[in-house]
Each structure stands twice: as C-alpha cells, then as structure tokens.
Design a protein around this ligand. Structure first.
Ligand code: SF4
Ligand code: SF4
Length: 323
C-alpha cells in the first residue's frame, strides 16, 4: 500500500533543510525599477548574481507584458529563493506527489547524461512572479469569470515566465554552469497521481516551498510574502549557492484555515465548487477552467486561453502572509 506523506515527515524534512541552509536570500524589490544596477560577480556572490539575472529580466524586459493596448507589465517585482539538490524534501516529494516526480538530480542527469554530478552540487533557483495591483483590483470584482487582465497574465504572462526560464538557464550555461528549466524539458509530463488525480513530473510550487518562498493554502496555491496571486518558476543548475532558510516548519503554516481554524474565504470564491474543507478538487477545477473559462475568454476578450484564479484574489492571503 502506498505510504502517506505525513505532516510529521514534512516537519522533519523542513527542519533539516532549514538547518542545512546558509545565507538568507529572498529578494523583494522596489515597485519602480530605477536605474539598472550592476550585476554581482558569479565567483564572489553567485546567489546575488542569479538574483539580479532574474530581477533584471522581470523589471526591464519588454516581454514582461500583458500585451494590451497600454502595454502594462504582466508581473510585479519578483521574489527569488534557493534550495539544494540534496535537500531531503525532494525525496519526500516522491511520496507526496508521486514516484514520477523528479528529484533535481534525476532531471539534471537526464538532461546532461555526459556530466558527473552529485545532489549536493546542484542548486534549484525558484522565483515568484506576483500579479500587479491593476490585475488584482480587476479580478477582485469578479465572482464567476476571470477578468481580462487575469486571462492575459495566464496566457502572455506565462509565455514570459517561459522566456524567463530560458533566459536564466541560458545565462547560467554561458557562465559555465550547466542548467535546465525542468518545466521546459521535452521529458516533462502530466501523470496520474494517487493523491491529486494528476500531477506533473516537476512542481514549481513544491520547489518554491523548498526554497523558503511560501507554504500551501487550502486551495493548494502557495502563499508567499507577496501573497498567493502569483505564478512561479525554477531552474536547476550545477552551482554552489547557499539554500534560503525556510521560515516555517509546517507546509500549511501561512494558511488561516490550517493554522487558526478560521477563514475559508477561498471556498466561497470558487465558482466551480472545487474548494471544500477537504481541500482542492483538481479535477473539478480543471474542468471549470477548460470548459467554462476557455469559451468566456474567447467570447468576451477574443483571447485563446483560459484562467480562473478567483480563489487567489479578494482573500486574506491574496497579497501577503495573513497568518
Ligand atoms: S483564503 Fe484563507 S483558507 Fe483559503 S488559502 Fe487563503 S488563508 Fe487559507
Ligand atoms: S482556480 Fe477557480 S475553479 Fe479552481 S479552485 Fe480556484 S476558484 Fe475554484
């Protein structure tokens, strides 16, 4: 019988990861980019260098765009965090998500079979791309269907997130650090998951959790210091970077429902009945997004794509850690 991934195990591996962690580096940012800062050195401060590579692209690239008439940015200032390839959480995810979920070492070796590497030589760079204030303000008003800005961020913002994945991996490769964005690997797949119905071979949110960037809410979204209205991404590289300490021991620490027995606001925001006290019904959520919001985005905005995320706005965890 399949072994359950217990809360006790998550607590244990979280504490182990935090104990092994070195420098804290969760980068926030100013709302105005200002002049472009000089990049840190890859030798003296590799974490600072990677941090500036991510932030620079988000803040200055014209591809960070909703592609609307006003050419508004899709994403606000990012957060960046790091985890290590030998973090025990990645083995624990195989029990939690499914045995098909890659460890950093597995996907790195599949990508670079000619390289010799051990888990402790790998770093996982994770980032959070927060929704802008304008997108959140629009989306808060909606009760059944997505706002246009939200759909644009889901389509064009995710295209930018893919560009960011390519850009970070490319900058690392050019600096002689082999790197791979697991979500862009041709080997990336959706699989059946005993616990979730379906899940992918690499979870960006689980990598972000490992990198100290947030904990899970009742709706499965990751609640970060900039809230749950965001998307995230990651790149794995053979580079020595200290892990970002995890300022939590419980994977639900930031959710009011789990930490205080209150809230549950995301349940009433869900138009598909996919959120209950039992958690997130991924199949009902996916059905709503694919069957309802696709038609809505096409008929109302002339956009080819989908998106919902009503559970991510007008809730206490929308833009901050509420607990
Ligand atoms: S809305 Fe409330 S219950 Fe839902 S994830 Fe956020 S804090 Fe948790
Ligand atoms: S994304 Fe939409 S359908 Fe899915 S859980 Fe959130 S509110 Fe419900």
């Amino acid at each position: 019988m399949k072994r359950e991934f217990t809360r006790r195990e998550l607590l244990k591996v979280s504490a182990q990861g935090a104990a092994a962690a070195g420098l804290a580096r969760v980068a926030g940012g100013l709302s105005s980019p200002g002049p472009r800062p000089a990049e840190a050195s890859t030798q003296d401060d590799p974490a600072g260098w990677i941090d500036s590579v991510v932030r620079d692209f988000v803040l200055y690239s014209p591809q960070n765009s909703l592609q609307n008439a006003a050419k508004e940015k899709a994403w606000a200032d990012p957060l960046v965090g790091f985890s290590r390839g030998d973090d025990p959480l990645y083995l624990a995810y195989k029990d939690h998500v499914g045995p098909f979920h890659w460890t950093p070492l597995e996907i790195f070796q599949l990508t670079f079979p000619e390289l010799s590497v051990t888990p402790d030589q790998l770093a996982i760079i994770s980032w959070i791309l927060p929704q802008t204030e304008a997108t959140k303000a629009d989306h808060r008003k909606e009760t059944a269907y997505p706002s246009e800005r939200w759909v644009r961020s889901r389509i064009f913002g995710e295209e930018f997130n893919n560009e960011l994945r390519r850009h970070v991996a490319d900058r690392l490769l050019k600096a002689d650090f082999p790197a791979i964005a697991p979500a862009l690997s041709p080997l990336w797949k959706m699989k059946e998951s005993e616990r979730y119905g379906f899940a992918s071979t690499w979870s960006e949110r689980h990598a972000a959790y490992a990198a100290g960037l947030g904990t899970f809410g009742l709706c499965d979204g990751l609640i970060t210091p900039k809230g749950k209205a965001m998307r995230c991404g990651s790149v794995i590289a053979r580079i020595q970077v200290p892990a970002t300490p995890r300022p939590y021991e419980d994977h639900h620490a930031y959710c009011l429902f789990f930490s205080r027995g209150t809230c549950g606001k995301c349940m009433s925001r869900c138009p598909a009945g996919a959120l209950t006290k039992a958690g997130h019904d991924k199949l009902a959520c996916e059905k709503y997004m694919r069957q309802v919001t696709v038609d809505y985005a096409s008929s109302h905005f002339g956009l080819k794509g989908y998106g919902c995320g009503l559970c991510q706005t007008n809730v206490p965890c929308e833009s901050k850690i509420p607990a």
